[in-house]
Ligand binder design. Structure first.
Ligand code: SAM
Length: 346
């Protein structure tokens, strides 16, 4: 296993068969060996600094029906909400005062927010915070729509490909949602000039090691600026309620591999990782992640944006979340930085 890890470090890619071998066969010592390299590489490129992004979950209405997701259209138990432009701007104001220089607008695919409304929101944030990055995570849109948001001032876009394998994708989504459409969006976003983030869930129902190897190779080919991975976690009101959550060890191992494969990438230690283990986010940093995304949404909506069961940080104010994270990172020798944290090829 160590030869394969060394090879990945050196050549920045492995074949599908090699990734499969590694993912099937690694043990605790191999993982420690990987993390010693992936962490050292992140420290060398970014110092002991971790970027923060302020997440604003502005709507949980969604026209899609992803089988795994707690805010899917057919979950009639979900209590739906939308934030107004004023609510969103006040999240940004609070976030700015707390040292956030990136705002991430994430939501279900909610047609109530027409392009006109979205462009108004984006350009208002842009005017008020010229020194901040605006990241969108709004799902699949047309090239023209993406271009309109970019022109209004958005700089980055997060759209996980979820799984690179089309058959596996079809087991996680209804037929109207197709892997190739989602992947095409990612190429459009890159072409327009966004810094682009993609990623996948680890341990989603039906996922095999071969699928994971395909995910790694898809990411290598796309060369995104950001990569978000986290364990699948079941939600009680979905068809996947009885499936087990993805594994912590496998998620951490994949984070380490991703760092070696795309050294300059911005990789968050996700909330889902913090949900399956009390120190999941710290372990994510120690495996090679370099971003955290605390929540800036108003407390009254937090519990409603429940993608999966037992999601953490749904009760605290933004300031508490930020300080809690700062303390957690300090304990492991890292510090949060006040910075836009743009992608730089290193
Ligand atoms: N609508 C946008 C989109 O489609 O990209 C953004 C919101 S979507 C809810 C954000 C991400 O949540 C998805 O890309 C998915 O990977 C993740 N997610 C949804 N349900 C999940 C679950 N049960 N466990 C872990 N992650 C989940």
């Amino acid at each position: 296993m160590r030869e394969l890890i060394d090879k990945l470090h050196r050549e920045k890619v492995l074949s599908k068969a090699e990734f499969v071998e590694l993912l099937k066969g690694f043990n605790k010592d191999d993982a420690q060996y990987l993390f010693s390299q992936s962490r050292a590489l992140a420290d060398e490129l970014f110092g002991k600094k971790i970027y923060i992004r302020g997440l604003i979950e502005f709507t949980n209405f969604c026209k899609n029906d992803c089988f795994y997701c707690g805010i899917r259209r057919s979950n009639h138990q979900a209590e739906r909400y939308r934030l107004s432009k004023e609510d969103i701007l006040s999240c940004c104001e609070q976030g700015y005062a707390l040292g956030f220089r990136t705002f991430v607008l994430q939501g279900g695919e909610d047609p109530w927010y027409t392009d006109e409304k979205l462009i108004d929101i984006i350009s208002s944030i842009r005017r008020a915070y010229p020194d901040c990055a605006i990241t969108l995570s709004l799902g699949e849109k047309t090239y023209e729509q993406y271009r309109g948001y970019y022109k209004a001032g958005a700089n980055r876009y997060l759209l996980r490909h979820e799984t690179a394998n089309a058959e596996h994708y079809a087991k996680l989504h209804p037929p109207a949602q197709r892997a190739e459409d989602r992947q095409r969006c990612l190429y459009h976003l890159k072409e327009i000039g966004y810094q682009v983030g993609t990623g996948f869930m680890v341990g989603s129902p039906g996922q095999t090691t071969e699928h994971l190897a395909e995910d790694l190779l898809f990411i290598k080919k796309l060369k995104p600026h950001m990569i978000g991975i986290g364990p699948f976690i079941p939600h009680k009101d979905t068809a996947f309620a009885k499936f087990p959550a993805g594994s912590l060890d496998l998620t951490l191992f994949l984070l380490g591999l991703l760092r070696l494969m795309l050294p300059s990438a911005l990789i968050p230690a996700t909330t889902a990782l913090g949900t399956i283990h009390p120190e999941g986010r710290e372990l994510g940093i120690l495996a090679g992640a370099n971003v955290v995304m605390p929540n800036l949404s108003p407390v009254w909506v937090r519990k409603k944006y429940e993608l999966y069961d037992h999601k953490i940080c749904t009760g605290e104010e933004a300031a508490e979340c930020r300080h809690c994270l700062q303390g957690r990172l300090q304990k492991i020798g890292y510090e949060l930085v006040v910075s836009k944290g743009d992608y730089v090829e290193r």
